[in-house]
Design a binder for this molecule. Structure first.
Ligand SMILES: [Zn+2]
Length: 272
């Protein structure tokens, strides 16, 4: 059964439940569409979408003594965390940066640094306006989803258009706001020619964790991990932990790769 058929069935089931009997309506069955139904205080809620947060792993490193991890950093909106960006440049650590059109517009200096180091940074698509790529209306962490297939397409197309306008190659990876999707949005984004960037290690808890715990989580990365963290919250303590962990992984001999440099396996048909 398709998801849409399942949703329709659930909705039908919700609509067909008998209403509670009110005073004075002891035995009368209430027909759908009657004034009694129209006046009902709570309309049936549409079923919530099935949301997926797919994992992504790298294939095992060719040399077992040289573990590989991919660092992916989201630039959702707002500013740039130079504590992280300067470590990446100074220590020559490659990374995949997921940018929105919003972030590109307001961070010209950081964009110039990314452009100066194409050997280190690949810039990929985090959407036009940081709207979750879910094609039915819902709230995720309080953020309204795109709500339709057309709005999902706009988010993806608008994100890439801004990337190309800023002088970067066309994006091949997409990561939606909140990293959650519904199955039909995943199929739609794949059909638009993108792989979908899940992750396996949440490094900074949406940039809300403290510096020490962030450092510990990222420094625990193992071969094949795809780390997610944020590069747009210079005022949060987490960024300090990200920067420290990167240096210590480097000292341990971990090899950093970009998503486009290696092969991955993603859940729910997200990659390859
Ligand atoms: Zn984001």
């Amino acid at each position: 059964m398709t998801d849409r058929a399942l949703s329709a069935l659930l909705l039908a089931a919700l609509l067909s439940v008998s209403l509670p009997e009110g005073p004075g309506h002891a035995t009368e069955p209430v027909a759908i569409g009657s004034p009694a139904v129209v006046a009902a205080p709570m309309p049936p809620r549409p079923p919530s979408p099935r949301l997926l947060e797919p994992q992504l792993h790298l294939l095992p490193a060719p040399d077992r003594n040289r573990p590989q991890v991919a660092l992916t950093l989201d630039a959702c909106m707002g500013k740039t965390d130079m504590r992280i960006l300067s470590v990446l440049v100074a220590e020559r650590i490659p990374a995949t940066i997921f940018v929105t059109a919003r972030w590109l517009r307001s961070n010209p200096e950081a964009v110039a640094i990314l452009r100066q180091h194409p050997d280190l940074f690949e810039v990929e698509n985090h959407g036009a306006n940081h709207v979750p790529a879910v094609d039915v209306p819902t709230l995720i962490y309080g953020i309204a989803s795109a709500g339709s297939a057309e709005a999902v397409a706009q988010e993806v197309i608008g994100g890439n258009a801004a990337i190309e306008t800023a002088g970067f190659p066309k994006a091949t990876w997409f990561r939606g706001s909140t990293a959650k999707y519904d199955p039909s949005a995943i199929r739609q984004i794949r059909a638009m020619g993108y792989r979908i960037a899940g992750y396996s290690l949440n490094g900074d808890g949406g940039s809300l964790l403290g510096a020490s715990i962030t450092e510990k989580k990222i420094a625990s990365a193992r071969d094949g991990d795809v780390i997610i963290a944020h590069i747009n919250q210079p005022g949060h303590a987490a960024g300090e932990g990200v920067a420290r962990a990167l240096s210590s992984l480097k000292r341990r001999g971990v090899s950093f790769v970009r998503l486009s440099d290696v092969e991955e396996i993603g859940e729910a048909g997200t990659s390859p």
